[in-house]
Design a protein around this ligand. Structure first.
Ligand code: NAG
Length: 186
């Protein structure tokens, strides 16, 4: 190897080593300074945390995940994703036994967004009077199920629709809260 080519090789080696070093420094800096990445939460954690926050805001304990309820939510969501609709299914076995909240979004919707859509109905609910001032076609029922004192457990599932990129989600609750929509949830 001539002295000249040795120099070229050494220069290239130094250049790539410093590129790697700066990439490592850059990544480390981003990691330390960056906000917590909520995207890394599983759907289950998003469902749980959304409910926990809404319930804590009115002094209620969090709900506990239940695999039996999740199975019911899975079966229900499997039906919904074919129709890609939140129209309730007829003659469902656990109707009236479990509470149920349904969600649909155009395109991708996260579990956190599903819970947020239910919780957002709380702006129409007056805890002092127990009245719901939701506009025509809207309700406070999903919110009232989220913050039902009677309910202690839940299981949920989020699925993409079969024939589109839209999303459906189902949460199933036990014991049932807000059965007739007239009792105060807490
Ligand atoms: C989960 O829910 C089912 C149905 O309500 C109930 O029978 C079961 O005891 C629950 N499991 C736990 C661990 O609490």
């Amino acid at each position: 190897m001539s002295p000249f080519s040795y120099l070229v090789v050494l220069t290239l080696t130094l250049a790539s080593a410093s590129a790697i070093a700066s990439a490592i420094t850059g990544n480390a800096g981003t990691y330390v300074a960056g906000p917590p990445k909520t995207m890394t939460l599983s759907a289950r954690e998003q469902f749980l945390q959304g409910h926990k926050a809404a319930r804590a805001a009115v002094g209620l304990p969090p709900l506990v995940w239940n695999a039996t309820l999740q199975l019911d939510a899975r079966r229900y969501a499997t039906e919904l994703r074919t129709r890609c609709s939140t129209d309730p299914l007829q003659a469902w076995g656990t109707e009236g036994v479990y509470g149920r909240n349904l969600f649909k979004s155009e395109g991708f919707g996260s579990a956190a967004e599903a819970v947020a859509s239910w919780v957002s109905e709380g702006r129409w609910y007056d805890a002092h009077t127990g009245e719901c001032s939701a506009p025509e076609g809207k309700t406070c029922a999903h919110y009232k199920q989220v913050v039902s004192r009677a309910t202690t457990q839940l299981g949920c599932l989020r699925r993409m629709c079969v024939f589109s990129d839209d999303t459906v989600a189902v949460c199933v609750y036990y014991p049932l809260g807000n059965d007739n929509g007239e009792q105060r949830p807490y």
